[in-house]
Design a protein around this ligand. Structure first.
Ligand code: DC
Length: 223
């Protein structure tokens, strides 16, 4: 039975940076579920599928040729979703893809497909999985649930420092208000506001809590 650490939260709340630090420290496999939604959004744009048409997007999601692989680099193992054996690493970070992804992610059939695919990642071992609905919907049974957040100004500044200008408030609102699996704090999740914390501090807090909980629930000590 794999251990799954669920790290949800708002956009630019440090989910990726901290999930990778935690995965490295524990020797777990890192899974970026946002990248999977972005991959579908990119694929639809490539194939000229109208992202406003739920049926067409659901059909694309039902029929695209994908594969999950686990790759290791710089001490981190991570899962990638390939489409036609291709990993669109740069393409999924463009403004066009970012602009389309929330629409795609709101479609119930898409979310069903994603949930199935994300749950399938346990075949690669113990996971640190980041997203918006991991603790509430994808792995609600896990004992390890975290919700990261930071003040809007702080998150916008972080994105700007990465060279990305984005209306985070609008994206958070879309992610929180969709009918299916909206962004929300999972029952029992530890909430960490890291507005004034460095990633070393945030990941340190996560690792400390995870190890404490492992002792409490009797999971074999992490490496
Ligand atoms: O984390 P990110 O910015 O790469 O996520 C891209 C989009 O995908 C984001 O608008 C919300 C959506 N998403 C989701 O609905 N559920 C997830 N588990 C992960 C991401």
């Amino acid at each position: 039975m794999s251990v799954v650490i669920a790290i949800d939260g708002t956009s630019a709340s440090g989910k990726s940076t901290n999930s990778k630090l935690v995965a490295r420290e524990l020797g777990y496999v890192y899974v970026d579920t946002g990248a999977m939604y972005r991959t579908l959004a990119w694929y639809c744009l490539e194939k000229k599928v109208d992202v406003a048409n739920d049926k067409d997007v659901a059909l694309a999601c039902r029929t695209w040729k994908t594969k999950l692989v686990c790759v290791s680099a710089d001490g981190l193992s991570s899962v990638r979703l390939l489409v036609d054996d291709y990993y669109p690493e740069k393409e999924i970070r463009t403004p066009a893809t970012a602009g389309a992804v929330a629409q795609v992610a709101a479609i119930p059939k898409v979310r069903e497909w994603m949930k199935r695919t994300q749950r399938d990642c346990v075949r690669f071992g113990n996971l640190v999985m980041e997203g918006r609905d991991i603790g509430t919907n994808v792995f609600p049974e896990t004992d390890y649930k975290f919700y990261l957040d930071a003040k809007l100004e702080e998150r916008s500044a972080r994105r700007a420092a990465d060279g990305v200008q984005e209306n985070l408030a609008a994206r958070d609102q879309r992610d929180s208000q969709r009918a299916t699996a909206p962004l929300m704090i999972a029952l029992g999740a530890t909430v960490i506001d890291n507005s004034r914390m460095t990633s070393v501090e945030t990941s340190g807090r996560l690792i400390q809590e995870i190890k404490q909980r492992m002792k409490a629930v009797g999971v074999p000590k992490a490496s």
